[in-house]
Write a protein that binds this ligand. Structure first.
Ligand SMILES: O=c1ccn([C@@H]2O[C@H](COP(=O)(O)OP(=O)(O)O[C@H]3O[C@H](CO)[C@@H](O)[C@H](O)[C@H]3O)[C@@H](O)[C@H]2O)c(=O)[nH]1
Ligand SMILES: O=C(O)[C@H](O)COP(=O)(O)O
Length: 323
């Protein structure tokens, strides 16, 4: 583990009140966009958006924009989010000239083209145990120290709301794939308590330069690439207390794990360069279930030109807006 990194860069959300953060924002002239990626989260997205809007837009003016990226939902996610006060973009409709891939990373990558904040904060839409300090707490290290570029949330987890005993263990993919991968390849990052947390914040100027996996590899890639490009001291983490979320099946997590391993392979020079891989899993009586797992990574947004069908003035504003 990196010498002293944990002590230098580990915080607790209570170190900053939202009012103090608003003051730091003013002093540093920084703007903040909240981005909530959501795929079929109609049961939770509305409560999350309204909670954040009431606390961090209306009560304390901390967020400059609140955006939900609707990632190919087939339920009422977009309506619930819009009714609760978010600006909603369907990922597929953002920069259609750049094509479309399924996945969470695609939603985050495309969010760069529809937001303007100097800092992007990401918050999952499937949370069942959370609070608005998951958003505000991430901003403290970034607003206080210009050397910090990426901030990860960490937390204890509640697995079952009926039995609210917290566990200190990470999720299944965290413990069985992410942590072992970091231990083997990037031990400098072993001090990150929740490397896969969906709650994280990053400076736009850095995100713009990163390659972004279109699927679930987005968190691992951002962490490793920030370390490789900026050094481990550009990363901080903030303890948030308790978090609970919806759980996927083990088969679903197998696909997620495959995506993470592909991210690690690529960054270790061992990637095959394939855009997809077939994952075979087995059901009753050995019945084969084949999932095509997407491995595409989007290039740095900074290198993407504005859409060609816009006027020059509009293009200039768009570029200034997202990079
Ligand atoms: O194609 C997708 C899939 C998911 N999501 C959203 O992304 C968030 C997280 O997805 P989820 O399926 O709940 O992920 P988890 O099983 O909770 O996976 C954990 O590990 C992942 C891999 O690092 C992270 O991306 C997650 O944030 C983290 O919670 C949720 O808001 C989803 O609605 C999308 O926007 N598009
Ligand atoms: O964070 C993880 O490792 C995965 O999301 C799985 O989490 P879970 O085991 O809590 O479902």
């Amino acid at each position: 583990m990196n010498d002293g990194w944990f002590e230098r860069r580990t915080h607790h959300w209570t170190e900053w009140t939202p009012q103090r953060l608003v003051g730091l924002k003013r002093e540093t002239g920084t703007t903040v966009s909240l981005v909530v990626p959501a795929r079929n989260e109609e049961t939770t997205v509305g409560g999350i958006v309204s909670g954040v809007r009431e606390e961090l837009v209306e009560r304390v003016p901390l967020l400059d924009e609140l955006v939900v990226m609707d990632s190919d939902s087939t339920d009422a996610t977009a309506c619930r989010a819009a009714d609760a006060g978010a600006r909603v973009h369907r990922t597929v409709d953002v920069r259609p000239d750049l094509g479309h891939y399924r996945g969470k990373g695609e939603a985050l990558w495309k969010a760069q083209f529809v937001t303007e904040g100097d800092i992007l904060v990401f918050l999952d839409a499937d949370l069942v145990e959370w609070d608005t300090h998951f958003v505000s707490g991430l901003l403290g290290p970034l607003l206080q120290d210009s050397g910090v570029e990426l901030v990860k949330a960490f937390y204890d987890r509640i697995l079952d709301r009926e039995d609210a005993r917290p566990t200190h263990e990470g999720g299944r993919v965290t413990e069985l794939v992410a942590r072992p991968t970091l231990a083997l390849r990037w031990p400098e990052l072993s001090g990150i308590v929740q490397p896969l947390s969906g709650e994280w914040a990053i400076r736009r100027r850095l995100l713009c330069d990163l390659t972004v996996p279109t699927g679930y590899g987005v968190e691992l890639a951002a962490l490793v690439d920030t370390h490789l490009h900026r050094g481990v001291d550009a990363i901080a983490q903030v303890g948030m207390g308790l978090r609970g979320h919806h759980h996927q099946s083990l088969h679903g997590l197998g696909a997620m794990a495959t995506e993470l391993l592909a991210v690690a392979d690529r960054r270790s020079g061992a990637g095959t360069g394939a855009d997809t891989v077939e994952l075979h899993q087995y059901g009753t009586g050995g019945k084969t279930m084949t999932t095509e797992v997407g491995l595409v990574e989007r290039g740095p947004a900074r290198r993407v030109g504005p859409p060609s069908d816009r006027s020059e003035g509009q293009r200039a504003r768009e570029v200034a807006g997202w990079c």
